[in-house]
Design a protein around this ligand. Structure first.
Ligand code: IPM
Ligand code: MG
Length: 350
């Protein structure tokens, strides 16, 4: 039986993943759904943000769907006990090196963006963020005290040829199924890893993907172009840190963080990790008003990428579009529906 592991996590995580469970039970009853503690709740109950059991269960599933982790309660705790550290360990432990973050503007929501409708209408960008390397994991790192009493903080940005190649392949393969264009963003003008990134992507392109249009772009310029003329982008591949920043920026183009899913994938046949782009939203947690669509659309990505159930994925995405076209709106979209009512609206279209 295909297996989905839910990691509801913290804040609004349990509320939005509860809707995923309802959708999964109706749309794909052949999938077994399991649940494990993860993040702050796991710190509180098990003394660690990611227990060995949860990591093993994740690796033994076909797909893992996470709600959200973190919150003010755990802001002051030492780094190994931070919910975010659990997330990094999960990504690294599952070896999901390519993070697919679509920024898609739903026609019904074009006016929800802070940018003009004519700039964002029809927008469809896929950011491919490297997820298990770079400055997030590079050694050495730490804060030391110098002899003169000052402190010195160090992070290390590091990439190897194979790390750059495997994530770039995901980007080129995706582009072939889309509009056949890849932007590769780095800072080759100031960083050694940026120079290597450009060199490796250029060589891979010449060797295996000459049919795909490749444009190198400096990451700061990419940040500017994303708000200036976002529709020039099809697939944008970049490192872990630039990908973190640029994907938040691209998400805002679409009007609501509550709408955007993501998929983290590794080698073929390995389980994928799916998560909404939004965080745990402590300000609205427990109120039952969070938008569950990002989590539901993350499940849609899981159906495609991990379960290979493309028909069901198509039906789910049609049900979400129909709910929005029918006027279903949670407060983040200017409406009054609760989380469960938005779930009802999607279920009605399945
Ligand atoms: C993201 C988040 C995470 C990251 C945090 C929560 C560790 O910002 O998924 O974009 O920085 O990768
Ligand atoms: Mg981020």
């Amino acid at each position: 039986m295909p297996k989905l592991l839910l990691l509801p996590g913290d804040g609004i995580g349990p509320e939005v993943t509860a809707q995923v469970r309802r959708v999964a039970e109706k749309l794909a009853p052949q999938i077994t759904v399991d649940e494990r503690p993860f993040g702050g709740i796991s710190v509180d109950t098990l003394g660690t943000p990611l227990s060995d059991e949860t990591l093993e269960a994740a690796k033994a599933s076909d797909a893992v769907l996470m709600g959200a982790v973190g919150g003010p309660k755990w802001d002051g705790v030492p780094r190994p006990m931070r919910p975010e550290t659990g997330l990094l360990r999960l990504r690294s432990g599952m070896q999901v090196f390519a993070n697919l973050r679509p920024a898609l503007c739903f026609p019904a929501l074009a006016d929800a963006s802070t940018l003009k409708r004519e700039v964002v209408e029809g927008l469809d960008i896929m950011i491919v963020r490297e997820l298990t390397g770079g400055v997030y994991f590079g050694q050495p790192r730490g804060i030391e005290v110098l002899p003169d009493g000052q402190k010195r903080g160090v992070d290390t940005q590091v990439y190897t040829t194979s790390e750059i190649e495997r994530v770039s392949r995901v980007a080129f393969d995706l582009a072939r199924k889309r509009r056949n264009k890849v932007h590769s963003a780095e800072k080759s003008n100031v960083m050694e890893t940026g120079l290597l990134w450009r060199e490796v992507v250029t060589a891979l392109h010449a060797r295996e993907y000459p049919d795909v249009e490749l444009i190198h772009i400096l990451a700061d310029n990419a940040a500017m172009q994303i708000v200036k003329n976002p529709r020039q982008f099809d697939v944008l591949v970049t490192d872990n840190l630039f990908g973190d920043v640029l994907s938040d920026e691209a998400a805002q183009l679409t009007g609501s963080l509550g709408m955007l899913p993501s998929a983290a994938i590794g080698a073929p046949g390995m389980p994928g990790l799916y998560e909404p782009i939004h965080g745990s939203a402590p300000d609205i947690a427990g109120k039952g008003v969070a938008n569950p669509l990002a989590a539901i659309l993350s499940f849609e990505m899981a159906l495609r990428w991990s379960f290979g159930l493309h028909d069901l994925a198509g039906r789910l995405s049609a049900a979400v579009t129909a709910a929005l076209d029918g006027g279903a709106r949670t407060p983040d979209l200017g409406g009054k529906l609760t989380t469960a009512q938005m779930g009802d609206a999607v279920l009605a279209g399945i």
